[in-house]
Design a protein around this ligand. Structure first.
Ligand code: SAM
Length: 281
């Protein structure tokens, strides 16, 4: 019988905890070692609602499920998908002042390949699309700058495709952008305009899987995602990003994230910005 914690939570035994965190780490790179309380807190209700009286019963179902739906529910419960428009604004300023001028210069073909890896509900990818639209202005129709935006959580990808956000999510967005790129809906929420929505393609993708992209990327944003990963997982992911970056292309990570500068091949440009090869203009 499960031991009922004082708060009414279903407590997880050491063995169950170990097998759950090992599974999530191996499959998704996410390190939940210090998240025991979070696991009990976020999963107890769901277990009870589904008639499981302990974690062992739930884990049996999780490990045998081949449809992917169990693991999707699990990830929706355990990952933190917090995001908002213009998060870490310096990145979008640097994008417009240095990165886009450089990429524009080296890409006479008018085609940029861009990836928002770990995109949550789409705020990062849409902010990039707005920054790019503003930068190119009247020249934008001449450029293909479609952004690939990926995440493992189907919940957030569904939200991203709807492109509807509360006012609070837009608090750091310049008023000018709010006017041009967002439509206010009757219930007071805001939807990203169609022109910007069309610039982003959302897809499920697990960053632990092999990268099989046909062409390398000029710009990769993977911000506030690696916080979940341990050192070796981060190192190997950064190697994969490097191999998937075009010469002269950039990797942006979150400002609070640390990567081992000794072991990476990217050139350090400024906090949380790295480049493969060439110098920015
Ligand atoms: C905190 S959000 C960051 C969103 C956005 N990049 C930002 O900086 O605002 C982290 C996202 O990473 C996703 N994530 C975590 N592990 C992942 C993995 N192995 N593959 C793909 N996405 C992952 C989570 O689902 C979550 O939506």
């Amino acid at each position: 019988m499960p031991i009922a914690a004082p708060s009414g939570l279903i407590s997880i035994t050491d063995k169950e905890f170990l097998s759950l965190i090992t599974f999530v780490k191996q499959k998704y790179g996410i390190n939940l070692e210090k998240k025991r309380v979070l696991i009990e807190g976020r999963m107890s209700n769901m277990l009870r609602e589904r008639g499981f009286s302990n974690f062992e019963q739930y884990l049996d179902v999780l490990f045998q499920d081949n449809t992917g739906s169990e693991v999707t529910t699990l990830l929706n419960k355990l990952t933190t998908n917090h995001s908002y428009f213009m998060r870490e604004r310096e990145h979008f300023d640097f994008l417009q002042s240095h990165v886009l001028p450089f990429l524009e210069h080296i890409h006479p073909g008018h085609d940029l390949r861009i990836w928002s890896a770990g995109c949550s509900a789409g705020q990062e990818a849409y902010t990039m699309a707005m920054a790019i639209d503003e930068y190119f202005g009247a020249q934008k129709p001449l450029w293909d700058t479609t952004i690939l935006a990926t995440d493992i959580s189907m919940n957030v990808l569904d939200k991203a495709k709807k492109a509807i956000y509360t006012e609070d999510n837009l608090k750091d967005m310049p008023e000018k952008w709010k006017k041009i790129y967002m439509n206010r809906l009757t219930d007071g929420t805001y939807q990203v305009c169609e022109k910007i929505q069309k610039q982003v393609i959302f897809r499920p993708f697990n960053l632990m899987d092999p990268f099989t992209f046909k062409k390398p990327f000029d710009l990769i944003f993977c911000r506030n995602v690696m916080i979940y990963f341990d050192g070796p997982t981060k190192d190997s992911l950064i190697k994969k990003f490097y191999n998937a970056t075009a010469n002269g292309g950039f990797l942006f990570i979150g400002h609070s994230e640390v990567i081992n500068r000794e072991t990476i091949n990217y050139r350090y440009i400024k906090p949380a910005v790295y480049q493969k090869g060439g110098k920015p203009g």
